[in-house]
Design a protein around this ligand. Structure first.
Ligand SMILES: [Zn+2]
Length: 596
């Protein structure tokens, strides 16, 4: 039965280009999942965009002498291009600075406000005396009042681990320019998170056995101490507060985390409008049979497992204060929060400032998208923190993609092309032939079950077991040694090509580009698995911006398809590039010295 599946992918922050640690957390896993779900016959809506508000954008813009909007424009475009190059099949990748997003974020705020889950509060806020701008907690540092450590941040002391308030710091100073902040009274709106303790508890308890245990445990632990949380900020860059007396103020905006999580909904609504059916989004958001999967790195669990469900419960009127759904109607909460752990780089944390980094764009200039997608799938931070090393990247590329998979495809097709010019017929199958054919056929159920539960490592390893068994079969059958029995040689090659075709299907979610090539080489017609593209759009004649979208309803389905004997075969072209081990040293040198 076909199901509606929402793939909600974490929104990359538009203050710089994204590195491979970012895309290993939210990007590749969500695309592998979505491609599988489409092949399994489900109706997938995969949405995201760039997260463009907040102080870090403003600070970076100041540093580069740009407006916040100019900076967001620049990195929105770079990020959209990089994610497209990686083959991520968004139905819509948009941005949070659209008028549509502003309207939906304001609607959610109003729904919460009208149901009594948002209240005003006067707090002490830090302000920069020289610019008059608010200094967020993490942009203030000073001496920790608890342990005396001198580098404590306004929100936390990294030395003793205690949560802090910037007012408590001894000798507070701005991390931007070193000046002493001024503390002034300022009014803000707070989300009454404690009013959702009970409904969140019931919701999370219902996810036992379904979510990754670390995600659920983390979310349940937070429940014991939910505090009201500010959802507005002293800032001039962001979504205005939709209340009389606030709407036109230039110094108050919705807090960036609040508007960003609403992006999943606003992007779905934008997608529906662009598809020509403005109500189409409701099939994913207001359908109790639909499933919503949220993909992110672990630093984002609190927003997706706790705060976003609370916002939706509040909008629906389902918290402790009751209420009624807002004008959009009742909205479904996430079915599953799929969080990855962290990727490190050669034993160190990714850091742009210390150039412990490789950006997606630089990576894809030197290596293929499928090589990176494969590495992330087989060796990424799926359920524990994981270290990226260049030597493992080269080993896996050369040993697994090139020697095992690429070589199986290459020698099967080239031998059949050379000796028969077409896919030869299979006659008088032996037990060994039948065993291998059964092997790849039964893999669809087992690999599919792993993919449906976001167990990508297991899934790609099981698909590669089929590849390894096929290589073993060819080594045992030695079709290249058969000189006087074309019928037997043809049968062996037919079996090998059938298993190549099956394995190509099993690997499509991970390796869409090379799978499309194999589909063509084996005589496939039309598009196998659609690839994303960028187009320029605007809102009612306003400035244009790039979006990612695509037609993904290709021929690819999650099933064994018999190959047709007699299909013409041309000599194959290589699928993957063998890497010279000397690139390991080159890349390590680049890491040490960013000028290289
Ligand atoms: Zn401390």
């Amino acid at each position: 039965m076909s199901q509606h599946i929402l793939t909600a992918v974490a929104w990359p922050y538009a203050n710089g280009p994204r590195h491979i640690g970012h895309v290993s957390g939210f990007g590749v896993p969500s695309d592998v999942f979505s491609r599988y779900q489409r092949m399994a016959g489900n109706k997938v809506l995969m949405v995201s965009g760039t997260d463009e508000h907040g102080t870090p954008i403003q600070v970076q813009a100041d540093k580069e002498g740009l407006s916040a909007r100019d900076l967001a424009d620049r990195y929105n475009r770079i990020i959209a291009e990089d994610l497209t190059a990686l083959g991520l099949s968004y139905d819509l990748f948009t941005r949070t600075s659209t008028r549509n997003h502003y309207a939906i974020a304001q609607e959610i705020f109003l729904g919460l406000y009208n149901n009594g889950y948002v209240f005003p509060k006067t707090t002490l806020g830090a302000v920069s005396p020289s610019t008059g701008r608010t200094l967020p907690d993490r942009y203030i540092e000073g001496t920790c009042p608890i342990c005396g450590y001198d580098g404590a941040r306004g929100d936390q002391c990294d030395n003793c681990g205690n949560q802090l308030d910037p007012v408590d710091l001894i000798n507070p100073r701005s991390r931007i320019n070193g000046e002493t902040p001024k503390f002034i009274e300022t009014e803000h709106f707070m989300l009454d998170l404690p009013a959702f303790t009970e409904v969140l508890g019931t919701y999370l308890q219902g996810k036992q056995g379904e979510w990754r245990p670390n995600v659920l445990k983390f979310a349940l632990n937070l429940l014991g101490d939910l505090q009201p949380r500010a959802i507005t900020r002293d800032l001039d860059w962001g979504v205005p507060i939709p209340l009389d007396g606030w709407r036109d103020r230039s110094d108050k905006r919705l807090y960036v985390w609040f508007d960003a999580v609403i992006g999943y909904l606003s992007a779905s609504i934008e997608w529906a409008r662009r598809s020509g059916d403005p109500d189409a989004w409701r099939a994913w958001w207001q359908n109790p049979d639909a499933r919503g999967y949220y993909f992110m790195g672990k630093d984002n669990i609190v927003f997706h497992a706790e705060i976003w469900p609370a916002l939706l419960f509040g909008y629906n009127g389902e918290g402790a204060r009751g209420g009624t759904p807002g004008s959009l109607g009742r909205l479904e909460v996430p079915s599953e929060v799929v969080s990855s752990e962290f990727l490190t780089m050669e034993g160190r944390k990714f850091s742009s400032s210390r150039s412990v980094v490789i950006y997606v764009r630089d990576f894809l200039e030197r290596y293929s998208a499928d090589a990176l997608r494969y590495y992330i799938s087989v060796a990424g931070p799926e359920n524990q923190d994981t270290d990226f090393t260049w030597s493992e990247f080269v080993n896996r590329n050369n040993g697994e993609l090139v020697a095992a998979w690429g070589n199986l495809v290459n020698r099967s097709i080239s031998m059949a092309a050379k000796n028969f010019g077409e896919i030869p017929a299979a006659v008088d199958l032996t037990d060994a032939d039948r065993a291998l054919l059964a092997r790849s056929r039964t893999a669809f159920a087992s690999v599919g079950a792993e993919l449906a539960r976001s167990r990508f490592k297991n899934a790609v390893n099981e698909a590669f077991d089929v590849v390894r068994d096929a290589n073993k079969y060819l080594a045992e059958q030695e079709p290249w040694k058969i000189k006087d029995d074309p019928s037997r040689q043809g049968s062996i090659l037919h079996v090998a090509l059938q298993v190549v075709d099956d394995a190509k299907t099993l690997l499509t979610p991970f390796l869409p580009t090379s799978s499309n090539k194999i589909f063509d080489m084996l005589g496939g017609e039309g598009v196998w698995s659609g690839m994303p593209q960028i187009s320029e759009v605007d809102e009612d004649g306003g400035p244009s911006y790039p979006i990612i979208s695509g037609a993904y309803d290709g021929a690819a389905t999650w099933e064994h398809r018999p190959i047709r004997s007699g299909t013409r075969l041309a000599p194959p072209t290589p699928l993957f590039t063998k890497l010279d081990p000397k690139i390991i040293d080159e890349e390590l040198t680049r890491l040490a010295d960013p000028a290289n």
